[in-house]
Design a protein around this ligand. Structure first.
Ligand SMILES: Nc1ncnc2c1ncn2[C@@H]1O[C@H](COP(=O)(O)OP(=O)(O)OP(=O)(O)O)[C@@H](O)[C@H]1O
Ligand SMILES: CC(C)(CO)[C@@H](O)C(=O)NCCC(=O)O
Length: 442
């Protein structure tokens, strides 16, 4: 009988373990590159899959081995494998170490069948762990999953893919994903200042406490005090779902990216009521408001005597984006102030690496904090929950993950003021989102 790629590697690994007199599962251990030796070659790939099924989007993180020697880590001492073969080395105490990448993909939750087809096409459902005590003949592989959809769609995944979703708490996963990225990926965090991205070096000894603001469909504000130590201190229902929902109704846009794209060309002053509109063109200096400050989002629509059709969709989009980003920036700052936090990391797919969104949030935080607090953003903004879900394989002792810093690619072209991110239609994100790493299997 022909074996799946995953089975081939698992068998290979079992064989390698036996040859060294090992039994069953290995313990968790830190994989140091100097411990990697004796490369073993296989023509197989292996994948661990973790999901975050949110109100708007499903995010996937999965590991696959390199099938190209050129992509194996330069920090590893494992010798290169031939093309189409997998570099499998033995780590500490002969435990198998696989060189590869963490890949990222996303799908609209409303199109969950596309996600199911993707998982099927990549054979991602095959790798995993059999459920203990499952009746003979009942094939069910366990996958880590978080987000509300891990509950809502559990039956669908079981029925269509034979996958049992092992649920992990959403806030736990967001925090685990954020801590992991901030520590392991040195080009992860950046500030957005005057239209430029500036990478922020994270001091591992001075990371906590910080505020994490995850802007998904709704918004969660989490005070993070350490690994696994956090409190969700606030949230708001005016989030990414509000922008996309209202924007779709008001502009007839067919996709989120189209709505975002429109905002590039729009002018919010056509619809927003500015301080100057109220004060006859003057600043209100006494309370620190310039004439161009928005006094009331969408306020001009009261008196313009116009119908919706009379406004340009691009102006509506810009006004809406500004209103929501500004509001989130302000609430985040107020919560940071409650706890004396100076650093606020913004994540979630609402941001979408979009210049105007980041600029508005950063300016709001700067303005309200009088420069005391700093807004920062994350390269893998929308994948915190999915990464945290992936990390829980490690937490439960199934694998040990080590990121290779040297081959981590630059996330964005910092010279570009306006980033346009176009994902391929099949949900997989571009190469520079993937993270080179190795995993030590248990
Ligand atoms: N292609 C897209 N389709 C729909 N929304 C998108 C898309 N790209 C970005 N977004 C924005 O990202 C938001 C979803 O972000 P994210 O995936 O982080 O949250 P979620 O997990 O779906 O939501 P929640 O955590 O509240 O359940 C959407 O509400 C929308 O504003
Ligand atoms: C309900 C969740 C946590 C689901 O991800 C998210 O959408 C959210 O944080 N909403 C905001 C809810 C509130 O605190 O008002």
């Amino acid at each position: 009988m022909q074996q799946t790629p995953d089975q081939q590697v698992h068998n290979l690994i079992r064989g390698a373990g036996k040859a060294r007199g090992e039994r069953g599962r290995a313990k968790m251990d830190i994989v140091e590159s100097k411990q990697i030796s004796e490369p073993i070659k296989s023509e197989a790939q292996i994948s661990h899959l973790a999901l975050d099924i949110g109100g708007s989007l499903i995010k996937l993180v999965y590991f696959s081995t390199n099938n190209d020697s050129s992509s194996s880590s330069s920090s590893s001492s494992s010798s290169s494998s031939s093309k189409d073969s997998v570099a499998v080395s033995s780590g500490n105490e002969g435990r198998p170490v696989l060189e590869g990448k963490l890949h990222f993909a996303k799908f609209e939750t409303a199109k969950i069948n596309d996600c199911i087809d993707f998982i099927r096409s990549k054979q991602l459902r095959l790798s995993g762990f059999q459920k203990h005590g499952a009746p003979a003949g009942e094939k069910c592989t366990i996958k880590k999953a978080t987000g509300g959809g891990a509950y809502k769609y559990a039956d669908l995944f079981k029925e269509k893919l034979g996958i049992c979703l092992d649920k992990e708490d959403e806030m736990d996963c967001l925090v685990a994903g954020s801590n992991f990225l901030l520590k392991a990926v040195h080009t992860e965090a950046f500030a957005y200042i005057d239209g430029q991205k500036e990478f922020v070096q994270i001091d591992h000894d001075d990371l906590y406490p910080y505020m994490l603001v995850n802007i998904g469909s709704g918004v969660s504000m989490i005070k993070v005090d350490g690994p696994g130590k956090f409190e969700r201190v606030s949230g708001t229902n005016v989030g990414g779902g509000t922008f996309w929902g209202l924007g779709r109704l008001l502009t007839k846009c067919k996709s989120f990216d189209e709505l975002l794209e429109l905002s590039h060309r729009g002018n919010n002053r056509v619809i927003d009521m500015l301080v100057g509109d109220i004060y006859g063109g003057m600043d209100y200096t006494k309370i620190g408001l310039s004439s161009t400050t928005i006094a009331s989002s969408f306020g001009k629509a009261i008196s313009d005597n116009k119908e919706l059709e009379d406004y340009k969709p691009e102006d509506i989009s810009r006004s809406l984006l500004r209103m929501i980003s500004n509001n989130i920036g302000q609430i985040s700052y107020l919560n940071a102030l409650r706890f004396g936090l100076k650093r606020i990391f913004f994540a979630g797919f609402f941001i979408r690496g979009h210049a105007y969104t980041m600029d508005t949030i950063a300016v709001a935080v700067h303005f309200w904090s009088k420069g005391e607090a700093k807004a920062m953003f994350l390269k893998h903004e929308g994948f915190l929950g999915a990464l945290g879900s992936f990390m829980s394989y490690e937490k439960h002792g199934f694998l040990n993950l080590k990121v290779h810093q040297l081959v981590q690619q630059s996330p964005v072209d910092a010279s570009r003021g306006e980033d346009k991110i176009h994902d391929p239609p099949n949900g997989e994100l571009n190469e520079n989102q993937s993270i080179d790493c190795s995993i030590c299997l248990s």
